[in-house]
Design a protein around this ligand. Structure first.
Ligand SMILES: NC(=O)c1ccc[n+]([C@@H]2O[C@H](COP(=O)([O-])OP(=O)(O)OC[C@H]3O[C@@H](n4cnc5c(N)ncnc54)[C@H](OP(=O)(O)O)[C@@H]3O)[C@@H](O)[C@H]2O)c1
Length: 380
């Protein structure tokens, strides 16, 4: 094994996919994670990797290159005593900070600040202590752009934008803090900003069913209580506040993992910010069409606010808006994302490309969610 990486968030959606990729590239992975609900950090890690390894064929090989370190990024010393912290710092060659409280709430809560901003501060301090040559690798989000509607460049951060959720705001402040570390401590920071991560491009597999998946699930459940059919399709007349022309920057998990790994292993790429976004994202209208096709239904449409002034929301429409809740503003606008920085460090043919996020790809994602019973049937 070449080098040791300290990875946070290894039991989460993205982190659990990064572990096998790092192992495949000969890294030993030390995973800093919490114990929870009677499960040790090691057991939680094993469980997360088991589901990613799809039945476990590579699991023992991966586990032999991975160690769990029990700790929380919310504590400055991760809750480790001085001796353990020192031993950890001695072992680490690279730090990849992927952990974050990803809950979507309209406002920034104290808990989210603690996990995402203070947690990042603690990681940065640890990086100063072990001073890896490549500094800190940080997983952010393209949505630090907040409510911007224009073209966002990777080197930009604070453009006076507002935020659609507390999560976005916390990630913005974490990036801001790291730029301060870069300035004051000359710390190299490599920032990865993915779009909205969805399932695998080949299989549709995912372990996280939030965002668009909640939308599909709502209609799957609603369908069961409707008996109106037209030409074999269930009719659910529901208007949803949103602009069908707005894009949603979905990216497949395998593309995100592949791109992060590629940049992580390329020293000349370090110290910059990268949008890991789709060049041709689908529009909301297309997402709605594919969802209706997959569910064999019709009647859902995206409408402007005006439509509800003319005719108030029905009970089902009100329930939908309540359930979508914090995601509702995301149906109104989206910026576009420049990807100039990756072009500076990789030749055109070496730049990882996200597979098309077209009708067929969306169908695969939604079918996986339904056929796997929202992740309950692990073997699907
Ligand atoms: N999913 C997306 O669409 C997306 C898009 C763009 C960027 N990202 C970024 O990608 C990263 C990973 O997201 P994800 O989708 O994998 O989210 P996830 O499945 O919710 O995983 C989050 C991870 O962070 C850990 N974590 C949270 N609070 C922690 C704390 N206080 N101490 C230690 N660990 C803590 C969680 O561990 P516990 O189980 O112990 O809480 C979990 O391992 C995040 O930085 C997120 O902002 C995600």
């Amino acid at each position: 094994m070449d080098k040791t990486v300290l990875l946070t968030g290894a039991n989460g959606f993205l982190g659990s996919h990064l572990v096998p990729e790092l192992v495949k590239n000969n890294f030993r992975v030390l995973c800093l994670l919490r114990s929870q609900k009677g499960l040790s950090a090691h057991d939680r890690l094993r469980k997360a990797l088991e589901s990613v390894c799809h039945g476990g064929e590579d699991l023992s090989e991966i586990m032999s290159c991975v160690d769990a370190v029990e700790g929380s990024i919310e504590r400055e010393d991760f809750g480790l005593d001085e001796r353990k912290l020192d031993a950890l710092a001695q072992q680490v060659d690279h730090v990849l900070h992927c952990a974050a409280m990803t809950t979507f709430l309209p406002h920034l809560s104290k808990e989210q600040w603690k996990a995402n901003v203070q947690g990042t501060d603690h990681i940065a301090r640890f990086v100063l202590r072990c001073s890896p040559r490549d500094g800190l690798h940080y997983v952010s989000t393209a949505y630090v752009a907040g409510d911007r509607k224009d073209l966002v460049y990777e080197d930009e951060l604070d453009k006076g934008q507002g935020f659609l959720s507390g999560y976005e705001k916390s990630k913005f402040h974490a990036e801001k803090l790291l730029r301060q570390y870069q300035k004051e401590h000359n710390l190299k920071i490599t920032t990865y900003r993915p779009g909205i991560i969805v399932g695998d491009s080949e299989s549709g597999r995912t372990v996280l069913f939030n965002g668009v998946y909640l939308f599909v699930r709502f209609f799957q459940v609603a369908k069961q209580s409707v008996d109106d059919t037209r030409q074999g399709k269930v009719v659910i007349p529901v208007r949803c506040l949103g602009n069908p022309e707005v894009t949603k920057n979905f990216v497949h998990i395998n593309y995100v993992v592949n791109t992060i790994a590629r940049l992580f292993m390329l020293p000349k790429a370090h110290g910059a910010t990268y949008h890991i976004t789709h060049d041709n994202p689908p529009k909301l209208g297309e997402l709605g069409d594919v969802m209706q096709e997959v569910l064999n239904m019709e009647g859902m449409e995206f409408v402007e606010e005006e439509a509800f002034r003319e005719s108030p929301a029905t009970e089902l429409e009100t329930i939908l808006m309540e359930q979508i809740g914090v995601y509702a503003p995301y149906l109104r606008s989206e910026p576009s994302f420049d990807k100039g920085n990756i072009k500076k460090v990789l030749s055109e043919d070496a730049i990882p490309q996200c597979p098309p996020m077209d009708h067929q790809a969306l169908e695969k994602l939604f079918c996986y969610a339904i056929e796997s019973n929202w992740g309950r049937k692990r073997s699907t």
